[in-house]
Design a protein around this ligand. Sequence first.
Ligand code: RTP
Ligand code: MG
Length: 141
Amino acid sequence: MAVERTLSIIKPDAVAKNIIGQIYSRFEQAGLKIIAARMAHLSKREAETFYAVHRGRPFFNDLVEFMISGPVMVQVLEGENAISKNRELMGATDPKKAEKGTIRADFAESIDANAVHGSDAAETAAVEIVCFFPTLDVYSR
Ligand code: RTP
Ligand code: MG
């Protein structure tokens, strides 16, 4: 098994609900280490750049507007199979379809306000980590 890094974002709905700690506990309990973290309130340009792969999709504007609606908590998670492990913890994009016990099933309201983001592959993880932590001020241990 490979030790990987992945980018996680706690989205504005979950930050507003004051559940950053509860979500962090799930990462920790699954053996994922938080090796970098910062809070940010994204500009429209930053949100559009981050989700550029979805530009042109019908949900793109709503997604960008939602992501800039309040502060987000951004972290790098490290651990064995961190990318897929985090995606498992998150659950399906639509919380109605997410498995019980996943972050989205337990905390998310809708497909738009779905609590968390997680990188979906090694290539996107690398790009997304640099996007938020360009100097890689991480504390692997
Ligand atoms: P994320 O990138 O935020 O981790 O979510 P994801 O991989 O599970 O889903 P993705 O396909 O990358 O879509 C990004 C975000 O766009 C919104 N979305 N809405 N209405 C729709 O059909 C639809 N599809 C996607 C979701 O908020 C999703 O998290
Ligand atoms: Mg995605």
